[in-house]
Structure formats: structure tokens, C-alpha cells
Design a protein around this ligand. Sequence first.
Ligand SMILES: C[S@@+](CC[C@H](N)C(=O)[O-])C[C@H]1O[C@@H](n2cnc3c(N)ncnc32)[C@H](O)[C@@H]1O
Length: 242
Amino acid sequence: MNFDVAQHKTKLQSYFNGVGFERWSAIYGQGPLTGVRRSVRDGHTMMMDRAEAWLLEQGLPTNAHIFDAGCGTGLFSIRLARRGFRVTAADIAPQMVRTASQQAHQAGAAIADRIRFVAGDLEVVGGTYDAVVCFDVLIHYPRPAFAQLCSRLARLSRGPLILTYAPYNRLLAFKHWLGGHFPHSQRRTDIQMMPGDFVRHTLEQAGMRVRRQVPVSCGFYHVVLLEAEKQEFLNRFGRVRF
Ligand SMILES: C[S@@+](CC[C@H](N)C(=O)[O-])C[C@H]1O[C@@H](n2cnc3c(N)ncnc32)[C@H](O)[C@@H]1O
């Protein structure tokens, strides 16, 4: 039976607009948290620190335009705007986008003015961007949808694509299973683990090559942060020959 991507997106949209919004906005906020969710917040911050450093190493001009696909409450979009970048920030859950926009305005008019918020599926956002980032979004999609979204993201970027995925690992599979036994209010979202070879192959099919990747682990937060770049870019500048 074919996997229904549209139906899966509808389920995610409703989750991230409701109970998922409550859970994740608490994790992305600054209020007190219990151990499991605290570790997810800390791991997510470590991931964003590393991703921001990678983007800055690219030497993009300050007015470069970056697409934050699945922006959530806008944490990374606001970081980017503080650096002077223009940002398009899209999220399938309108509640997330409303919160992201409020946070941007609280950060100041100069920040908010640099971010264009879109409530909608990242696959319907058009344009091309100097870089595309997509954090902790693909972790919610099984293989066929993961591949579909990846190739869309690759098409939107003129430069790097920086994303996270949940690496496949038996011990982590066990930890996630264990996570499902925590009290309901603390329970994780379903995470789709991907083998590294599948991710690399998917990106290559989309015309990109993995430049670097690093695991980011903290308590119950386990992702791989990955940067890919266009194969034609590599060819043109002679860093890699095919
Ligand atoms: C775990 S949150 C991560 C938020 C943000 N990227 C961050 O790291 O702070 C996942 C977000 O992806 C969004 N999302 C899931 N599928 C999406 C899609 N197809 N298009 C746009 N947003 C999507 C959800 O609504 C949710 O806000």
C-alpha cells in the first residue's frame, strides 16, 4: 500500500497546532522543564549553535535570503535575522507561525522586518534561497515522504542545505521505545529514524552531496546535523570532480 504523504501532513499539522504545540513550545521556551524534555531543549540548543556556526562559515552576504523550513516557534529564524539575514520562515501549523511572529516582534522591529512568515506546507513555498535550513522536521517523516521533502528542499537552495535527521541505531530504538513508557504528559513525538546511507543516497538523487555531518546527542535528543551542497557548485569551483 502506498504511503499517503498528504494524510500524514494533515496529522502532523493537527498535532503541532494542538497538543504538539503545547509540548514543543514549552521545550523551545524558557520555563522550567523536567529531565527528559530539559535534555531535548539542551540538545536542540547545541544543534542550533553548531548549525549557526556552519552557516556563518559559508561567508554569505549579510542580506542573503535563507529559508527556514518548518520554523516552529522561530528560534532559528530569529537567530538568522539577528545576524542580518533575510528569512522566509514557514510552518505547516498556523499556531507555530503565530508564536514565531510574536517572538520576532518581541525581539524588535528590525528583527521582525527581516522575516517573512508563511503558514503552510514547506512544499508549497516557492522561490530560491541562498541557503535552506530544516531542523527537526524530517524526523517526523517516514522514508517516502522524507525523500520527497528532501528533494523539494534541495531544489529551493542555491547554496547549502542544512538539516537534521534521526539516525537509525538499535540502542536509540530501544531508548525511544522506553520513552513511550514515560507518563503521557512527557511522552515524545514519534520519531522516524533513517539510516545514514539512505539519507546520503536521497540527497545525491536530489543533486546534492553531503559536505559534513555530526551527531548531536544530549539525553533524549539524538539527531545528526548535516550540511549538503549542490553537486554542480562543487564541480564549478573544482573542489570535487565527478
Ligand atoms: C519539532 S518542530 C521543529 C521546529 C524548528 N525547526 C526548530 O528546530 O526549532 C517541527 C516543526 O515542523 C513543522 N512541520 C512539519 N511538517 C511540515 C511541513 N511539511 N511543512 C512545514 N512545516 C512542517 C511542524 O509544524 C513543527 O512546527
